[in-house]
Design a protein around this ligand. Structure first.
Ligand code: NAD
Ligand code: ZN
Length: 392
């Protein structure tokens, strides 16, 4: 643990808004320096109707776009809440999983919307994880040249990361997020209680992006995560609320400054160059967060080798993923093939890869001088080679 770590710092004021027995928190996100949408962090779905009234999104047709896993648990409850203020509420269930984050799914959403008579003034709601959010957002950006949409994220990953910032899109030919658009949601509404039905693997997968936010922008948050490890693993809702609130604030600050990734927003890609390559190499058998944890360890390794962070910091970062059941090494890979795949990642501009390194814990930098040899070295660092280990 870092010795300079202050205990239980609260760096952000917590704004509580009374709603019945429930407490919620609200963060406003600016787009081009103007208030654009609110993130509402709460513990049930009940406040949604009031939010829609405030946004004058009543009297419309609403399509709840969800997936085959989330839909059966939550879509009826949301539909019943919305019925009194809508002209019609329809539900579309896409098959769950990254393999369905495709243009084919977007096409089936267009077909559904046409059949249900949706016009440009109607509303889509993404009820699900990052996959549903990315696909729905892209459908919303393109259907009839753009239709309003709301994010209702249901995974830890989507609540603290993917539902914020307006990046939408799908994978193409196995390449991550190759086709996409920027489309700001009208609202991000999250019910933290839905995290209780998420399986352990998906829950911990989402933690990889929480860690990323601490590592790239906020060392006090990173320290707080270490200090609250047990409560986070136990899904203590009070701790989760603070964690998600702080994580959303970090993402908000970054996307407000650079909404279309001309500069600093690229810092959010920490761990993603090698992470995305592994995701493709493994044919999406690992979750996004698992790949990002491997990619982050590799990026931290390069940062250490360049004397940007100390050896102690590197090992601490690496070992921080372990209690959250996230991988820090991987077997049965071909490191050179992973290196090759990093070059086809969207984050490679021309021939140069825009690599994100840690200058120190809590501060990331963009670097386009990372060499193939350094990347290969880092992939070898996370490569658990059973045969070699057996010989030692
Ligand atoms: P996911 O959407 O595939 O959800 C994971 C699994 O959990 C799915 O099977 C889903 O059906 C299930 N699930 C979701 N919520 C549940 C709940 N409350 N209870 C039970 N089961 C539930 O995966 P994810 O990790 O949420 O998102 C990953 C995606 O997000 C990737 O495609 C990644 O590229 C994308 N992403 C996008 C951005 C962005 O800025 N747009 C940022 C980060 C990640
Ligand atoms: Zn990610």
């Amino acid at each position: 643990m870092r010795s300079d770590s202050p205990k239980r710092i609260r760096r952000y004021p917590l704004f509580y808004i009374e709603k019945g027995n429930n407490m919620s928190q609200r963060i406003n996100v600016l787009y081009q320096k103007k208030p654009c949408y609110d993130i509402v962090i709460t513990r049930d779905f009940n406040g949604l109707t009031e939010e829609l009234e405030l946004l004058q999104l009543t009297g419309k047709k609403i399509a709840i776009i969800t997936d085959t896993q989330v839909g059966p648990i939550y879509s009826q409850e949301v539909k019943e809440l919305l019925l009194p203020l809508s002209e019609q509420v329809s539900i579309f269930e896409m098959p769950a999983g990254e393999a369905n984050k495709t243009l084919d799914t977007v096409k089936s959403i267009y077909t559904f919307l046409i059949q249900e008579g949706f016009g440009r003034k109607d509303l889509l709601i993404a009820l699900g994880g990052g996959v549903v959010g990315d696909v729905t957002g892209y459908a919303a950006a393109t259907y009839m040249r753009g239709i309003d949409f709301i994010q209702m994220p249901t995974t830890l990953l989507s609540q603290n990361d993917s539902s914020i910032g307006g990046k939408t899109g799908v994978d193409f030919d196995g390449y991550k997020n190759m086709v996409g658009a920027f489309k700001m949601p009208r609202l991000v509404y999250m019910n933290l209680n839905v995290l209780t039905t998420l399986d352990d693997r998906q829950y911990f997968s989402g933690f990889a992006e929480v860690m990323k936010h601490g590592l790239i922008k906020d060392s006090a948050f990173y320290t707080w995560l270490i200090e609250n490890m047990y409560e986070i693993c136990e899904r203590d809702l009070d701790i989760l609320e603070e964690m998600i609130f702080r994580s959303c604030n970090i993402k908000k600050t970054v996307v407000e400054k650079d909404p279309t990734e001309q500069g600093d927003r690229a810092l959010l890609n920490f761990g993603h160059t090698i992470g995305h390559a592994i995701e493709k190499y493994m044919n999406f058998e690992l979750t996004h967060g698992e790949c990002i944890s491997l990619g982050a360890v590799a990026a931290a390794f390069i940062s250490w080798k360049r004397n940007l962070i100390s050896m102690e910091d590197y090992y601490e970062v690496r070992d921080m993923y372990v209690p959250f059941y996230l991988p820090i090494s991987i077997d049965h890979i071909e490191p050179k093939e992973i290196l090759q795949l990093t070059k086809s990642d969207k984050k490679a501009e021309g021939k140069k890869i825009k690599f994100i390194l840690l200058k120190r814990i809590g501060k990331a930098v963009i670097d386009d001088t990372v060499t193939d040899a350094e990347i290969l070295d880092a992939i070898n660092e996370i490569y658990f080679n059973e045969e070699e280990d057996a010989c030692e």
